[in-house]
Design a protein around this ligand. Structure first.
Ligand code: ZN
Length: 203
């Protein structure tokens, strides 16, 4: 199983990090060892003093595919949730400054959380989904899939031109504005259309 993440997919988040708007989707991968096991906390790693949360819509692949055409992409996943792409922002900035790959800042152990999955069929459309991250009971990020620069089906088509998608692969589809730092004892809760799909303790 692999995790494929999309960077810079919401204009408001691109602006807050002062990044350039990409002409093609920005992709990076996390290994399966990045996943936080159910009921486990997120433990702040010793190599960073600036761990950021990024809430994202996540879809789970249920069929093997390569060179998937956008109009058939929806046949390759049937579950969706919200998750967190944890990022060591201080380390990522150093790597970006040197033009180096981001893996150490993005793909470390515990850097990926996924909530409980819901069937895609629960929703009329995936192009108008509201999602939210609350930190210590305060809303810190709100997003809507309508604001994605590249929509889910187009992402799947694009991703599958580089990486064969396999059953169980997870696609993190990018974060909206409002990313910020976590501290010990914070509690993060993720919502999709007002359903709470995860609760995570920071240690
Ligand atoms: Zn992200």
């Amino acid at each position: 199983m692999k995790i494929i993440c999309v960077g810079r997919n919401y204009a408001d988040h691109i602006a807050e990090l002062k990044n350039e708007t990409p002409t093609d989707p920005v992709l990076f991968l996390k290994p399966d060892s990045a996943l936080i096991l159910k009921q486990h906390p997120f433990v702040i790693p010793e190599f960073s003093s600036e761990i950021h949360y990024e809430i994202e819509l996540v879809v789970k692949i249920n069929k093997v595919g390569k060179y998937i055409e956008p109009q058939f992409a929806s046949k390759y996943y049937n579950e969706i949730t919200v998750g967190i792409d944890f990022t060591a922002r201080d380390l990522q900035q150093k790597l970006k400054d040197k033009g180096l790959p981001w893996e150490k800042a993005k793909a470390f152990d515990g850097s990926a959380l996924v909530g409980n999955f819901l069937p895609v069929s629960d929703f009329d459309s995936l192009e108008n989904l509201n999602f939210e991250l609350r930190k210590n009971n305060q809303s810190v990020q709100v997003g809507n899939s309508a604001l994605m620069l590249t929509k889910i089906d187009d992402l799947i088509a694009y991703i599958s031109t580089f990486f064969t998608l396999k059953i169980g692969d997870l696609i993190f589809t990018g974060t909206p504005a409002g990313v910020g730092k976590v501290e010990e004892n914070d509690v993060l809760e993720g919502y999709l259309e007002n359903q709470k799909l995860f609760r995570l303790q920071i240690k």
